[in-house]
Design a protein around this ligand. Structure first.
Ligand code: NAP
Length: 329
């Protein structure tokens, strides 16, 4: 595979703009129920787990307004820190990139479509933080290694990784070509593993207090029967994300690494879902389901990052508030 990392196209965006976001609106807003058939409303699963025995540094994050009524940017302490976001060119990944860069962070976005990454770069021209992108196919181990080599050589460290990338095709396992099934596993599972291993190498070497957020799905916890939109192995890859998150949590603890690992499981969210034209574009087709917006997920990523390092959100499930309208409730 040709080396598609384009170092020359990595551009620094560094102008200031005040873009402060309200976490309170996010955390307590109608977030909640749906990506196929959901029963529980709101943010319904938040399990905290310690990553260190010593709680002396534990501090509570204030999700509030300051004394003069202004909004608080909970990511102030993250200004200049480096976050790698995979699947950065569209949907939820694009939302996360924009939110973090506007909050002052340095973000490296990985995805394949250079034109989309350039558009995002332009939209962040006046943002407080910096945006770099590296054109990368995360299902290719050598491309991931090259991307992280660039990050190590040019930025020096990685404070957080958001494993957001995914691909999916519509059709039953019986119908869909095996190549497409393989690509789904290689991207959603092996891509996450490659990026995590490269990130942990840097975090370990630089003794970083790290955070890894694995973008999961409510379908990573329950199988929904959707004969009109069969997603074949996609839910299986998300079950793998559930398992890998817990395995990595154990591995970090057993290796005495101060790296917290989170599974973040959204319900249906307005994106193209990466599925080719017209088949299942729930940003274009009016589906009768309540949805989250990419910005909602971006704010939750910011919230998870903003928590003290002693707090590991092991699993967070988020659904739009209104109930799924297919008769399952
Ligand atoms: N949308 C939902 O309803 C929903 C619900 C629950 C969970 N999620 C999860 O949220 C995450 C984002 O979903 P989304 O709907 O925002 O996805 P999306 O709109 O389909 O975007 C997928 C992103 O992944 C990138 N990508 C795909 N294959 C890649 C590869 N081999 N190498 C590098 N980048 C690749 C795409 O960019 P390029 O094509 O440019 O490479 C794109 O930036 C996923 O983990 C998904 O499982 C989504």
């Amino acid at each position: 595979m040709e080396n598609i990392i384009e170092y020359n196209s990595i551009i620094i965006m560094q102008k200031s703009i005040s873009a402060v976001f309200i976490f309170i609106a996010l955390v307590f807003a109608p977030a909640g129920s749906a990506h196929p058939a959901a029963n529980e409303p709101g943010i319904n699963v938040i399990k905290f787990r310690q990553v260190q025995d010593d709680l002396s540094d534990m501090a509570f994050v204030s999700i509030d307004r300051n004394s003069s009524g202004g909004e608080i940017n909970l990511l102030e302490n993250w200004a200049g820190k480096v976050v790698v976001v995979t699947g950065a060119s569209a949907g939820i990944g694009e939302g996360i990139v924009k939110y973090l860069v506007r909050s002052g962070l340095t973000v490296v976005g990985l995805a394949r479509r250079k034109a989309k990454l350039e558009e995002i770069e332009q939209s962040l021209a006046n943002a407080k933080g910096k945006f770099y992108f590296i054109q990368t196919d995360v299902s290719q181990e050598d491309e991931v290694e090259k991307a992280f080599k660039w990050i190590r050589n040019n930025l020096g460290n990685v404070h957080a990784l958001v494993n957001n990338v995914k691909t999916a095709v519509v059709g039953t396992i019986l119908e869909v070509d095996n190549d497409a099934l393989r690509t789904t596993f290689r991207t959603n599972v092996m891509g996450l593993i490659y990026c995590t291993k490269e990130t942990v190498k840097i975090m370990r070497e630089k003794k970083i207090e790290g955070t890894i957020i694995n973008m999961n799905d409510v379908m990573g916890h329950r199988i929904y029967d959707m004969p009109s939109i069969p997603l074949n192995v996609y839910p299986a890859t998300k079950y793998a994300v559930t398992a890998l998150t817990e395995i990595f949590q154990n591995e970090m603890e057993n290796a005495n690494l101060n790296i917290r690992v989170t599974s973040l499981s959204p319900g249906l969210t307005t994106t193209s879902f990466g599925i080719p034209s017209g088949v299942f574009r729930h940003d274009k087709v009016e589906l009768p389901y309540p949805r989250l917006e990419p910005e909602n997920i971006a704010h939750i990523v910011g919230y998870i990052l903003s928590l003290p390092q002693t707090v590991q959100v092991s699993e967070m499930t988020v659904r739009p508030l209104r109930k799924f309208l297919d008769g399952n409730n």
